[in-house]
Design a protein around this ligand. Structure first.
Ligand SMILES: Cc1cc2nc3c(=O)[nH]c(=O)nc-3n(C[C@H](O)[C@H](O)[C@H](O)COP(=O)(O)O)c2cc1C
Length: 154
């Protein structure tokens, strides 16, 4: 097997939490993408990073100073995760009634919402590492996080 195959299979052993990153582009259109590459960086300042594929629709709308939200999903939101990771379902991404679309889109019934401003962008081959300064966060009392391991939801 190639190093890529070994690496892929090794990474499939990780348990990921599943989030949807949401924002608005410069024309005010909402974007949403399923992501697992969310990691907190530090508390001083409160900061987070996400790796975004350059080929994704949301990518070019993520610019310095722009706002985004990381919506950590609950176990019963796997269908929404599927919709936001299917490039044939862009028209369904904001059909869920739990989106608040007043300004920056966010999911009202997520496990947690982390509201950020893009502080730094770093290009790495196929991906951009997005560093967000956390401006606000909230969370549900009961823990029921959607997880993903070996290519499937758990
Ligand atoms: C569980 C899961 C986690 C994912 N994590 C990421 C991620 O961290 N970064 C990324 O760029 N794509 C990730 N993807 C893939 C994108 O969600 C998918 O390619 C999406 O269709 C790209 O957005 P677009 O269709 O709007 O172009 C993930 C997909 C799944 C199912």
């Amino acid at each position: 097997m190639s190093i890529q195959d070994n690496f892929r299979l090794a990474m499939r052993r990780y348990i990921y939490s599943v989030s949807i990153m949401s924002n608005r582009d410069s024309n005010d259109n909402p974007n949403a993408i399923t992501v697992s590459s969310v990691t907190s960086i530090s508390m001083e300042p409160p900061s987070i990073l996400i790796c975004i594929n350059k080929s994704s629709k949301i990518h070019d709308s993520i610019v310095l100073g722009s706002k985004f939200c990381i919506n950590l999903l609950t176990k019963d939101q796997h269908e929404l995760s599927n919709i936001c990771s299917d490039d044939q379902k862009h028209d369904q991404r904001f059909a869920d009634q739990n989106w608040n679309l007043d300004n920056l889109p966010f999911l009202k019934n997520a496990q947690a919402n982390i509201f950020c401003k893009v502080d730094k962008l770093s290009s790495y081959h196929t991906h951009t590492i997005v560093i967000g300064l956390v401006e606000d966060a909230n969370f549900a009392d009961t823990i029921s996080t959607l997880t993903y391991v070996d290519g499937d939801y758990k």
